[in-house]
Write a protein that binds this ligand. Structure first.
Ligand SMILES: Nc1ncnc2c1ncn2[C@@H]1O[C@H](COP(=O)(O)OP(=O)(O)OP(=O)(O)O)[C@@H](O)[C@H]1O
Ligand SMILES: [Mg+2]
Length: 189
């Protein structure tokens, strides 16, 4: 019997990287999880590559210098691209403060013809400081840590993201829906 397999691309097997960049406590992880839950419920393969988890393993030993932050982003970008090239929706809630690091990840995807969607989760620093989910803003203010992105370390605001999400004026659901809509526009869902 002939083995006939469908190799056609459908929204469900269309891989893509969805990179959520923004300040600490902007809402990247929360939106990523809500989006991935919805994608999985609809039958997509979705993986969330979260910064904290990755730093413990893939990027163990890296610190927060510019070079180390770039290396962290490039490693995550590599894994995301491999997953996305193989039909997975790789959702990446990682700060990625430097424009050239983000640009290199975008180029890696372009080189393999893999979809890449950059989302700027754009809550202003005052809102993020108020949320302070991990207590980092308070610790920085108390002098216990330094090099906090957006406070005493750079955050280069994306000048041409594929989508900007105002996570300070929206509910989590609205923000996740906005990202989903951007995927729909590209035929990825
Ligand atoms: N529209 C929204 N989108 C996302 N998060 C929101 C929104 N509105 C309120 N929040 C709240 O803001 C907080 C965001 O925390 P979250 O851990 O997702 O931030 P983060 O960007 O991943 O931070 P970090 O870089 O430190 O990991 C959560 O408590 C979440 O419930
Ligand atoms: Mg997070």
């Amino acid at each position: 019997m002939t083995d006939i397999r469908c190799t056609c691309r459908t929204p469900r097997n269309a891989g893509a990287t969805i990179w959520l960049t923004g300040l600490p406590s902007a809402g990247k992880t929360t939106i990523a999880r809500a989006l991935a839950d919805r994608l999985r419920a609809e039958g997509h393969r979705a993986e969330v590559l979260d910064g904290d988890e990755i730093r413990r393993f893939l990027s163990a030993g890296l610190g927060f210098s510019r070079a180390d932050r770039d290396a962290n982003v490039q490693r995550i970008g590599l894994v995301a691209e491999v997953l996305a090239r193989n039909g997975v929706k790789a959702v990446v809630p990682v700060i990625a403060p430097y424009a050239d690091s983000r640009g290199a990840v975008r180029e890696r995807h372009a080189a393999s013809g893999t979809d890449y969607v950059e989302v700027h989760v754009a809550a202003p620093v005052e809102v993020c400081r108020e949320r302070d989910v991990k207590g980092l803003y308070a610790r920085q203010a108390a002098g216990a840590i330094s090099g906090l992105t957006g406070v005493d370390d750079p955050y280069e605001v994306p000048d041409a993201p594929d989508l900007r999400v105002d996570s300070h004026t929206q509910t989590v659901r609205e923000s996740a829906d906005a990202v989903y809509a951007a995927l729909a526009e590209r035929g990825l869902v």
